[in-house]
Design a protein around this ligand. Structure first.
Ligand code: CA
Length: 236
C-alpha cells in the first residue's frame, strides 16, 4: 500500500527506549515519525505538525493517555485523528476505558514492534475503507441510507426523518466504531454558529432510536463523551 508509507505517526511515550524502538520499526516500513514524551508536548505537536495517527502510551507523567485521548476527541478539528493506545496487561480495565474514551485500537505491553506496525497498517486500512467521503449510500443491516436522495429505508420501507436526524445518522454511518463527541456532532450537523447545547444532540439521538429501533442498540452512548455506532450490526 503505497499511500501508507508517507503517513506521519506521532509516538507519545515517556520511556525513551520504547519510543525509539517503535520509531525504528515504523521508519523501516516507510512511515515518518515524531516523538513526544509528555501530554502537553503531544497536544502542541498535534496542532503545529498534524500527524496521520497517534500512538499513545496510557501511562505518562502528568497528563495520562486517557486525558490526552479525551482532549483530542473533544476538538472538532482533531476528533477523528486515529489513536492507537499502548497499555500494560495489568491495566485491562483501563484498556476498556481507553476504547470507550475513543482510542481506535490498542496494543498491550510488552509488545512486538512488528506486531505494532501490523496493527498500525490495519488501522489505516480499516479507516480508509469505511471513511471514504465519496460514499453516498450506506447499508447497515436492514437499514439503507441514500445520502444523495436523502432517504432512509428499513427493510425497503422509508422512515421519515427530519434534516437534523438525517444529519446525525449520516455522521454515525460515516464513522462506524468511532467515538463522536457531542460537540463534534453539534458542529457537523447544526453548524459552528449554532447556539444550542449539547443536550440537543441527546434529544435527537433519542428520537432517531425511536424511529429506527435497530439503532437503539447500535448507537452506543460513551460515558461523558458522546456516541458511537457499533461496527457490528446488532442481531435482532
Ligand atoms: Ca509510559
Amino acid at each position: 500500500m503505497a499511500t501508507l508509507t508517507h503517513k506521519k505517526i506521532l509516538i507519545v511515550e515517556d520511556e525513551t527506549d520504547i519510543a525509539q524502538l517503535v520509531k525504528l520499526y515504523l521508519e523501516k516500513d516507510g512511515f515518518r515519525t515524531v516523538i513526544a514524551t509528555t501530554g502537553a508536548d503531544s497536544l502542541k505537536l498535534i496542532k503545529t505538525d498534524r500527524p496521520d495517527m497517534v500512538i499513545l502510551d496510557l501511562m505518562l507523567p502528568e497528563m495520562d493517555g486517557l486525558e490526552i485521548c479525551k482532549k483530542i476527541r473533544s476538538v472538532p478539528d482533531t476528533a477523528l485523528l486515529p489513536i492507537l493506545m499502548l497499555t500494560a496487561k495489568a491495566e485491562e480495565s483501563d484498556t476498556i476505558i481507553g476504547l470507550e474514551l475513543g482510542a481506535d485500537d490498542y496494543v498491550t505491553k510488552p509488545f512486538s514492534p512488528k506486531v505494532l506496525v501490523t496493527r498500525v497498517k490495519a488501522l489505516f486500512r480499516r479507516l480508509e475503507r469505511v471513511e471514504d467521503p465519496k460514499h453516498t449510500s450506506y447499508t447497515y443491516g436492514p437499514l439503507v441510507v441514500d445520502l444523495s436522495r436523502h432517504e432512509a429505508l428499513v427493510d425497503g420501507k422509508e422512515i421519515p426523518l427530519t434534516a437534523k436526524e438525517f444529519g446525525l445518522l449520516e455522521q454515525l454511518l460515516r464513522h462506524p466504531g468511532r467515538v463522536l463527541t457531542r460537540d463534534v456532532l453539534l458542529n457537523a450537523v447544526w453548524g459552528y454558529d449554532y447556539y444550542g447545547t449539547t443536550r440537543t444532540v441527546d434529544v435527537h439521538v433519542r428520537r432517531l432510536k425511536l424511529k429506527i429501533p435497530l439503532l437503539d442498540e447500535a448507537i452506543i452512548s460513551v460515558k461523558s463523551l458522546g456516541y458511537k455506532l457499533s461496527e457490528q450490526v446488532p442481531k435482532k
